[in-house]
Write a protein that binds this ligand. Structure first.
Ligand code: ZN
Length: 106
């Protein structure tokens, strides 16, 4: 139950060469996680498995990459927006997340 809750809340972002990718919450049947470019009209994606091992990628963006400054701005506004709308990736859940990961498995 708790795990399900966590996985739904663990929607996060990845930055690859100044392009921003958003995690698709639903696991693929292969067990891979899909990441999509945050630009809706762009078809770039990548798939990862386990500890972020990339299994497949298509990084042909149809737009410019973000400058570092712009990226920073986007990340900040993104966090604020998510806090307001979905309450995802907030600090408390991250702390909770880290806490779980730090518990040694017996
Ligand atoms: Zn793109």
């Amino acid at each position: 139950m708790a795990e399900q809750f966590m996985s739904q809340r663990e929607k996060c972002f990845k930055i690859i060469s100044n392009f921003k990718f958003r995690k698709i919450n639903r696991l693929l049947s292969s067990g891979e996680v899909k990441w999509r470019c945050t630009v809706k009209t762009c078809r770039a994606f990548l798939k990862t498995v386990g500890d972020d091992r990339t299994t497949e990628q298509s990084l042909n963006h149809n737009h410019k990459s973000l400058s570092d400054q712009n990226l920073q701005k986007q990340l900040v506004t993104g966090i604020v927006k998510r806090k307001a709308t979905e309450d995802i990736c907030t600090k408390p859940s991250k702390i909770f997340c880290n806490g779980i990961k730090n518990i040694p498995t017996v």
